[in-house]
Design a protein around this ligand. Structure first.
Ligand code: ZN
Length: 408
């Protein structure tokens, strides 16, 4: 890549025209003559100044290698620090890879670091003539201005930097973390720095850490991984039933049973809510390449404005039979059926709830309710089914009388 000179010929002429580089015999003055140093000062290069504490963070140490020779090396992770200094000064989004620095005390150049961008092929050379003093150290920098080039690649997230990022991500969404870092590193109109990882990389780092923390091992199938968890005392009490094909996992903690019992004692209405979502769990692929849709089912109760999670099911089966079996297994833990159940308009859930809690199919339950309204009798020892308001409004809004084409 052609480099644009830092100074134009006119600049060089106007800065150096008053200096004498030759002696009276018209020979160039020797290398160590003061005039050359003055010339360098009149044509300053681009430098990055590191304070003494910033330099210390690079942690230069002497290391003995296999050939018994000793070299001075930086602590692992130094490339991330060097890139962050380069970004801070020049705002270049090149994902530079740096070569091992060359350090030679007593020579003209104390420290030299070369790097290159794999994407636009830009090269960078940082060098320092002298060791750091109490004021820090100056790195002279030679590179191209690539701000106008769009970069897609990023520097790899690894080593200590990866660990630090994972710790910072604890309890925080990858989106929010990325946004905060962008606010810290960037100003309006800047390109993205190469050390701001993509969200997919952050999610992967977080996922790997969570897997490790949970003791999840790699398996050929997700269900085998869950089955393996059952052998772990930490999870064995929570995992109640696991099916392979079609898959489902029923799980609830003993603490959730205690919580439900307490709720049934204290709450006057004794109402639970059952809902399902497909947005949390990735679909599996079937042999014929069709999607195996996995839903997450959750039972909750609301007590004094707090939501209490009571029961869970992750299932590929969404029929009333399976769902009522799940609820019946829950009841078998020695608990009473709730007094009210709120669901959406899912026929499977409505059917499952009345099968499990009232021991009758939905059609019979509706007949009983109708009879009770007509005869004015009370329905005793029955769990009342209710549809939540949002779903009911949506359902009613779809009635033909509310269709604008049918209005008169
Ligand atoms: Zn580049």
């Amino acid at each position: 890549m052609p480099r644009v000179p830092l100074y134009s010929p006119d600049d060089v002429y106007s800065r150096l025209k008053n200096l004498q580089f030759r002696d009276e015999t018209n020979k160039y003055l020797p290398y160590n003559d003061e005039v050359w140093r003055r010339a360098v000062k009149l044509l300053p290069g681009i430098t990055i100044h590191l304070t003494a504490s910033e330099w210390k963070k690079l942690n230069l140490k002497t290391k003995t290698f296999k050939d018994n020779r000793e070299y001075e090396v930086f602590e692992p992770g130094w490339t991330d620090k060097i890139y962050s200094y380069v970004w801070h000064h020049f705002k270049l989004s090149c994902p530079f890879s740096f070569q091992t620095p060359k350090i030679s005390r007593g020579s003209d150049i104390f420290l030299s670091i070369n790097g290159a961008c794999d994407e636009c092929k830009n090269e960078i050379h940082l060098y320092s003539l002298e060791d750091a003093s109490d004021d820090g150290i100056d790195f002279h920098v030679s590179t191209c201005d690539t701000k106008h080039i769009k970069h897609v690649k990023k520097r790899q997230l690894r080593g200590n930097t990866r660990k630090e990022v994972i710790n910072e991500l604890n309890g925080k969404s990858t989106y929010m973390w990325r946004r905060q870092k962008a606010d810290e590193k960037m100003e309006f109109g800047d390109d993205e720095p190469a050390d701001l990882p993509k969200e997919s990389v952050l999610r992967n780092a977080k996922y790997t850490k969570n897997r490790k923390d949970l003791g999840l091992e790699s398996f050929s199938h997700h269900i085998l991984a869950v089955e393996n968890l059952k052998t772990n005392p930490k999870y064995s009490e929570a995992l109640h039933e696991i099916a392979f094909n079609k898959m489902y996992v029923m799980y609830w903690l003993p603490e959730q049973i205690s919580l439900y019992k307490l709720f049934m004692q204290k709450d006057p209405i004794k109402e639970i809510k059952i809902d399902a979502t497909g947005s949390l769990i990735q679909c599996l692929s079937a042999n014929d390449n069709s999607k195996r849709v996995i839903l997450y089912y959750q039972v909750i109760a609301t007590y004094q404005k707090s939501s209490l999670p009571l029961l869970q099911l992750v299932s590929e089966k969404h029929d009333a039979n399976t769902l009522s079996y799940w609820l019946r297994e829950w009841l078998r833990c020695g608990i009473n059926a709730p007094k009210q159940v709120v669901t959406d308009f899912s026929l499977a859930l409505l059917n499952a709830a009345t099968l499990a809690f009232n021991n009758m199919p939905l059609s019979q339950y509706i007949d009983e309710c109708y009879k009770s309204v007509v005869d004015g009798t009370l329905i005793e020892k029955t769990t009342i089914l209710r549809i939540d308001v949002a779903h009911l409004c949506k359902f009613v809004s779809m009635w033909p009388c509310f269709n604008k084409n049918n209005r008169h």
